[in-house]
Design a protein around this ligand. Sequence first.
Ligand code: HPA
Length: 277
Amino acid sequence: MSDDALDAAASSLGDRLHEPPEIFIVLGSGLGGVTDAVEAAVSFPFTEIPGLPPSAVEGHAGRFVAGRLGGRPVLIQSGRYHAYEGHPRDVIVAPVRIAHRVGAESLLVTNAAGGIREGLAPGTIVAIRDHLNLHFVSPLRGRVRAGEIRFPSMTEAYAPALRAHARRIAAELEIPLEEGVYASLAGPTYETPAEVRMLRTLGADTVGMSTVPEVIVARARSMRVLGFSLVTNLAAGLGEGRLDHAEVMEEGRKGGRVLGRLLREVVRRWNEIGAPA
Ligand code: HPA
């Protein structure tokens, strides 16, 4: 999408909002239940925004929900565009560019992931400390977009102050919270067991098929980023049997309730975060 098309999309989205969002929240597979906690919600499919196609994956609703979560104005993307659906890179990251245009200064991103590191069993929530971009292509390729940096630093791409905030709140709620490195592959196959061994050697703790493009664009726009993986399965070859999308979705729904509780409190107490580093 061109900068003009993104401006038009932002204007259309802005017309539907009661107030500018502070935080843009992207919900991964099976995690859509978080939107139930949004007060005074307005909800509309992606396709109501000019230039945005439908997102087709089962379990990804493909809607924006705007309102207040824990009293704070948020815009939620429930369902996302994935590279494996064949969407151009520009489309995958358009919601981040549009959300920033309507006022969101932070990105809170979630995904379902396979657990690679020992101890990351299904149901574990992992705060993303860093990532491996194994799509081998950047959504920033091409002309520099309005409001973006040519060579963004990816050191501390996931803001340590936001992660510290999440850790504090998780401890208070007695929700176990791990930290780890998220490897994003283009999919749509799940990994082979050999690929999982390779990823472990590379330093990955979790593996999925999303998130990294959105985070790269958020950093190019100097948005602060907090990311969570919900482990829905042991990565290929580490557990019994084969991976199955239906099981991933079911685990997402179960663990999503706990992650939803954490997200809500993290957002409600956003003002307790230290100054940006
Ligand atoms: N691999 C890739 N993507 C995933 C997985 C996985 O094991 N689980 C959920 N999304």
